[in-house]
Write a protein that binds this ligand. Structure first.
Ligand SMILES: *Cc1c(COP(=O)(O)O)cnc(C)c1O
Length: 470
């Protein structure tokens, strides 16, 4: 008998929820992030028993303790089987060997060719199930600079109880990224091209949530990277890779190209659940707040620099708060004080013992664009491997954080065909889009250009919701 799982806020002043509650809530009411009240742990024998399972079966078994009490195991298993059936590789997340102790885990075989599909494809189905269970509907609004929007749209297209409105900055996403969003013609999907920047899009989404009557009438919801369900859905692939390399009877290491810290937090979670993870290497681009933190306890905000790896162009890694909470011995008041200070001063005052503890497990590497290009070229020349800029940064972090005798698995987070220009400059090659996207440039697009004004965006949301309620 598995006990029901409850979730608490990292800032200690929000109601606790079960899994369905945190799925729908996203951010906690006190501004904190939801974490499990107690982390589930598997014994070595329990881990061994999971070796060799097909990926969807493994995913259901690893996620089950997190959904306990909210979603039955048979339902969860069915949703996992369905979520991963559409992936373009029979292994779902194939493990590829590059060198004696260096591997990549390809997380980009989902519909939009980025690792976010692994979590989003399951999330869309979890939303549908929970909303039907509670006889509710939701309007998901979100802002994207590219990848997150297309993964969310692919996950929620044609779902009965989900209306989705995604804002992107007009003319500022790559053509592949835009077309992956605007060529989805499902009636429940609305793409708005905002005459402004990505930050303007984010401000408009915040503005919609801040308008309480509008938020309630439209039943607004979000699927951004702070949603706990996304973290839970990312833990199984770390387990899959570790088990394939001999865990729990052998130590492994992971390297993760990092933006919002969601993916690497899932790696930490796999370790917390009992897998022997000896090191977590974090790769960053020129936006190197995390490597600076690890090197010198300097977690200070700087302006965002645009790079070859746009999904890691961030100023603040929002999911870091979940690790901070753990490093502080799960003290919510200390966590709230530090996060408030960070917002006020632009600098996070992590206590020295917590920082020191982080440095015993985490290793950080920041790579600028020229070094990223060199790494892409080197990987192609040495291992015959085409790594997109994000993945190349992850592999470089794996090498710089290598431990003798410990195999390291770098997360391959995007398909190289998503970044044709960077690949051509570095290697002279332009990787082909996989078959299911080969006609992307010929498909019909549907998108509405809107001015950078809250009332205009709210009108568009209102008419989308009315149209589909009718
Ligand atoms: C989102 C994304 C990342 C960063 O992941 P986080 O969970 O935000 O750290 C890295 N690479 C790619 C290709 C992404 O789309």
């Amino acid at each position: 008998m598995i006990r029901a799982m409850r979730y608490i806020s990292t800032r200690g002043r929000a109601p606790t929820h079960d899994f369905a509650g945190v799925l729908l809530a996203g951010l906690a009411e006190d501004g904190g992030l939801y974490v499990p009240e107690a982390w589930p742990e598997f014994s070595p024998a329990e881990w061994r028993a999971l070796r060799g399972l097909p990926y969807p079966e493994l995913a259901a078994r690893v996620i089950a303790p997190f959904t306990a009490g909210a979603i039955g195991y048979d339902t969860l298993r069915r949703l996992c089987l369905d979520a991963y059936a559409g992936f373009g590789h029979p292994a779902v997340v194939p493990l590829v060997q590059l060198d004696h102790d260096l591997f990549v885990l390809e997380l980009f075989h989902g519909p939009t060719l980025a690792f976010k599909d692994v979590a989003m494809q399951l999330l869309g189905r979890l939303f549908d199930h929970v909303l039907r269970d509670q006889d509710r509907r939701v309007t998901i609004v979100g802002a994207t600079s590219g990848d997150t929007g297309s993964a969310a749209i692919e996950a929620c297209r044609d779902r009965d109880r989900v209306e989705m409105v995604i804002l992107h900055p007009h003319g500022r996403t790559s053509e592949v990224q835009r077309r992956q969003m605007t060529t989805v013609l499902s009636p429940n999907i609305t793409n708005l091209a905002v005459e402004g920047t990505f930050d303007d899009c984010q401000d408009l989404v915040k503005g919609m949530f801040a308008d309480a009557p509008f938020r309630d009438r439209m039943r607004l919801g979000a699927v951004n990277s702070i949603n706990w369900a996304r973290i839970a859905a990312q833990i199984p692939y770390y387990a899959a890779a570790a088990l394939a390399l001999g865990a729990p009877d052998r130590e492994v290491a992971f390297a993760v190209p990092t933006g919002n810290f969601g993916n690497v937090l899932a790696a930490w979670g796999a370790r917390r659940m009992g897998l022997p993870v000896a090191r977590l290497s974090i790769g960053a681009n020129a936006n190197d707040i995390l490597p600076r933190f690890l090197a010198a306890n300097d977690m200070s905000m700087r302006p965002v620099l645009p790079t070859l790896s746009p999904s890691m162009d961030i100023q603040v890694s929002s999911n870091f708060e979940r690790l901070l909470f753990e490093l502080l011995g799960r003290d919510p008041d200390a966590c709230a004080a530090i996060m408030n200070g960070f917002r006020r001063d632009g600098r996070m005052a992590v206590p020295d013992p917590s920082w020191r503890e982080a440095t015993t497990l985490f290793h950080g590497l920041g790579l600028d664009d020229p070094a990223t290009e060199t790494e892409i070229r080197r990987l192609h020349a040495k291992a015959g491997y085409l790594a997109d800029p994000h993945t190349a940064i992850g592999i470089a972090a794996a090498r710089s954080g290598a431990l003798p005798g410990v195999p390291c698995v770098a997360m391959a987070t995007a398909h190289p065909a998503k970044f044709p220009d960077a690949m051509r400059v570095a290697t002279g090659l332009v990787p082909a889009l996989p078959r299911h996207l080969s006609d992307l440039y010929q498909r019909e697009e549907r998108v509405r250009v809107v001015p950078n004004r809250l009332d205009a965006v709210q009108d568009a949301v209102r008419s989308a919701v009315l149209r589909n309620a009718a």
